[in-house]
Design a protein around this ligand. Structure first.
Ligand SMILES: Cc1cc2nc3c(=O)[nH]c(=O)nc-3n(C[C@H](O)[C@H](O)[C@H](O)COP(=O)(O)OP(=O)(O)OC[C@H]3O[C@@H](n4cnc5c(N)ncnc54)[C@H](O)[C@@H]3O)c2cc1C
Length: 417
């Protein structure tokens, strides 16, 4: 039996498109050279955080934001559909306890102790919303170098949520696992799934807690059994516990990635990693097959529908030649610099045009060719591959991927998706 849909890219956008198509009954194959942003990113779903001032209601303020950013990927989608994609994600990710509202940004601590707006978070981070202030004990783990509890606590104490409420924070350092010198997050996550290790951590934290304090700790509370580890630690300390994202690799990101991969397998879909798309075969205005290289062999993979979710310049979906020429790698789609055609690609201490570049699409998310016409009738683009966003400044990356992946599946699957 042939494949109904091939999705290029296994990041958020590709996985969302694949899941929606598979749920609508399509046979789906995800092909990706690497893993994309999912296992590196904090697994918080940012929809829109700044315009440039802080946004409190991302969905409510989307229209106003687009007035000054008519080239932004959100222009392609009705706010209602953005909301629907977030509601769908909350349902899909119920096993990870995702919580939040498209109409309310939470303010969660970063690894450096800033408060940053984000929309949906897993249950292990939920208690870390400090928009209403709070008192936090930040717990560092001796030997884990990616998390500086004293710095984090110091910065957090300087945070001023718009509510005017006060944030107080102090830090402690706990020794675990015989005090090794260089603990890796993967090892910590595995060991913190063990009840005796968790009990030791719980005892240590409890003995240092003061009244009313919440407990913030690095996001290493388990991988496969994070729910049990987080819940058990809360019972042990008797207070809400929340994870704070660490620099990559991200354990919450890996949990989310594994969850999405498993959900797709359950729907009969398949993810193949280590597969690089290099070209295509067309017939008239239709894309018939993608050419891919896997294990040093080049093969053709035919399908009826295709989604391009190969990301931006960071993941190799778009490359810049020595002459500065930008190229979308698989189809040669037209690449836009997102409203800053004459700006150098990288500038010191300035808006980075690199962020905004991506493929140009029509209103139906179909990548355009050199002449401005859709390249194919049956190819749709989604996620960081699209031109026009500044996800790092706006805090919009995962929201764009979710919404455009969701919509690409609807467009590819018609009414079924
Ligand atoms: C360290 C880090 C932190 C982040 N933090 C946040 C955050 O706090 N908030 C937020 O909203 N977003 C964040 N992001 C961004 C977010 O995780 C995603 O990168 C974003 O949603 C884009 O997803 P995507 O699916 O479009 O692309 P990506 O996740 O970049 O995935 C692209 C996929 O395409 C594949 N690919 C590329 N070229 C080819 C080819 N020729 N053939 C086959 N496959 C190919 C790649 O291997 C990969 O699987 C972060 C990203 C990173 C890396």
């Amino acid at each position: 039996m042939g494949t109904d849909a091939v999705v290029l890219g296994a990041g958020t956008a590709g996985m969302v498109a694949a899941l929606r198509l598979a749920a609508a009954g399509a046979s789906v194959l995800v092909l990706a050279e690497g893993e994309g942003g999912l296992p590196l990113a904090p697994a918080q779903i940012d929809v829109l955080g700044y315009r440039p001032q802080l946004i409190l209601d991302p969905l409510g303020e989307l229209g106003g934001f687009l007035e000054s950013r008519p080239d932004h990927p959100y222009r392609l989608i009705e706010a209602e559909e953005v909301g629907a994609s977030l509601e769908w994600f909350l349902e899909l990710s119920a096993p990870l306890g995702y919580t939040g509202s498209p109409h309310l940004n939470r303010l969660q601590p970063t690894a450096l102790g800033a408060l940053r707006p984000t929309c949906l978070v897993p249950e292990t981070m939920a208690a870390g919303d400090l928009s209403g202030g709070g008192s936090v004990l930040v717990v560092g783990l001796r030997g884990f170098r990616d998390f500086h509890a004293p710095l984090l606590a110091e910065n957090l104490s300087l945070a001023h949520p718009p509510s005017g409420a006060e944030v107080r924070a102090r830090s402690v350092e706990v020794s675990l696992l015989g005090d090794p010198r260089d603990l890796r997050p993967q090892l910590l996550a595995r060991r913190l799934e063990e009840r005796p290790v968790l009990a030791e951590l719980g005892r240590e934290i409890r003995s240092r807690l003061e009244q009313e304090e919440l407990v913030g700790m690095p996001a290493v509370l388990g991988l496969e059994r994070s729910h049990e580890a987080w819940q058990r630690l809360q019972e042990l300390v008797g207070r809400p516990v929340f994870e704070i994202p660490t620099p990559p690799p991200s354990q919450p990101g890996q949990r989310l990635q594994q969850h999405l991969f498993r959900a797709l397998r359950r729907l009969g879909g398949e993810v193949r990693l280590g597969v690089r798309a290099t070209g295509y075969r067309r017939a008239g205005d239709r894309l018939m097959a993608v050419r891919v290289v896997t294990a040093a062999r080049e093969v053709e993979i035919p399908a009826d529908h295709f989604v391009l979710a190969t990301g931006g310049i960071g993941t190799g979906g778009i490359t810049a030649g020595a002459d500065g020429e930008l190229r979308e790698e698989v189809f040669g789609a037209r690449v836009s610099r997102g409203g800053a055609p004459d700006q150098p690609l990288v500038e010191y201490m300035a808006t980075q045009p690199l962020d905004r570049l991506g493929v140009e699409v029509d209103q139906e998310q179909r990548p355009l060719g050199a002449g401005g016409e859709p390249l194919f009738q049956n190819l749709w683009a989604a996620g960081a591959a699209l031109a026009g966003a500044e996800p790092w400044r706006e805090k919009s990356g995962e929201g764009i991927s979710l919404a455009t992946g969701y919509r690409a599946a609807r467009l590819a699957g018609g009414a079924r998706a």
